[in-house]
Design a protein around this ligand. Sequence first.
Ligand SMILES: Nc1ncnc2c1ncn2[C@@H]1O[C@H](COP(=O)(O)OP(=O)(O)OP(=O)(O)O)[C@@H](O)[C@H]1O
Ligand SMILES: [Mg+2]
Length: 384
Amino acid sequence: MTGAVGTDARWTLAIDHGTTATVGAWADVDPRDGWVRVGPVAVDGSTSMPSAVLSRPDGAVLAGRPALEAGAQDPAAALLRTRPHLAASTGGPPELLTQWPRPTTAVDVATALIAKVVRAEAERRRTLPSVVVLLHPAWWSTPAREALRTAGQAALSAIPLTTPDQLELLDSPRAAAHRLGGHGRLLVVDIGGAATELAVVDRAGDGTGSVAAVRSVNVGAEVLDDALAQLVLDRAPPMLAARVRFGGDLEAHRAWYRLRAAVREAKEGLGAAGQVTVALPVLPPENPGYGVVALDHTDLGGMLGPGLEEIAQGIDALVSTLTGPRPAMLARGGLAEMPRIREWLAERTGFGLAHGGDPGAVSAFGPASGAAAWAAERLGLGRR
Ligand SMILES: Nc1ncnc2c1ncn2[C@@H]1O[C@H](COP(=O)(O)OP(=O)(O)OP(=O)(O)O)[C@@H](O)[C@H]1O
Ligand SMILES: [Mg+2]
């Protein structure tokens, strides 16, 4: 990296490597007033990077959006949803996810994504961070955390002038609670790509805090996207659906990949617009031309409804193990961005929403900004 001046510039970086998206946030000191401030890291022009990595036969390793885009041609090589493999680490040799075009483990995938975020912000500033914090769900086992730590260390050792001892780990509910601020108990509900993570955090007020209870509910965006894509195929010409589902050839794999990507984007508009059309993949001879399938609110509601009810039951079960006053709720994660999801959860469970008028606390980089600020405070940066 040209122009790097070592670690004296005094900023911290936190990375939330999620199942679907990887986001980074920095913290530094505002020279005008001396307070710690936070902001999102832009990678490839966006504050959210797909958690996709693609190893090209020519040796290049693509991470983020370029990997997702190249995966449309080479779906077998684009590694998506690898974070659940990290979560399942048992302490043995890292799980091999693919042999081709080169042996690749879940740790390698995380390494490529973490390194890309560190480089993006370091290149923008032309300095290196003092600390890099990696986030993980509160329920992760010690081997899962160690797998993430190994990925972080590998990423830092690939970047000149950084050292592995600059690395810290922090669980994301405490990071999210730190971004929100305040005292006392907080219920953090994170409806993410893989699952919904529930945690009750005891906020100590001095930036530490502890996790009083955790639970994971098997409701997440990736499975919803799979189900919506199957619904689109149910409504597509039967010959096309059969080829995409059972063809097994490269063009059929590519068609599924494109359809799955189109459904993910369409879903984000569906909540707000009430109806969207999804373009069917062009796949001769079954589908030589253009075709679309419509999805509406009822389709989404039919799939989300039972999932939301499961989340509500998980919240009830989690909180029933605790004594004391009912905490307020911070509902976040990609699916919580859909209209009325937070309000529905609040009404159904009776927990008030805690974030008030603070959009940063529920944004995609809320936990990462909380973690970056936490690290900056521990280093004594900024006014206290
Ligand atoms: N405004 C929106 N409306 C609907 N869905 C959205 C919106 N924004 C993001 N999403 C969806 O949220 C999902 C990703 O959620 P999120 O980024 O919380 O997951 P993650 O952090 O990668 O996963 P996890 O934390 O489970 O590992 C994607 O499916 C994306 O399409
Ligand atoms: Mg997440």
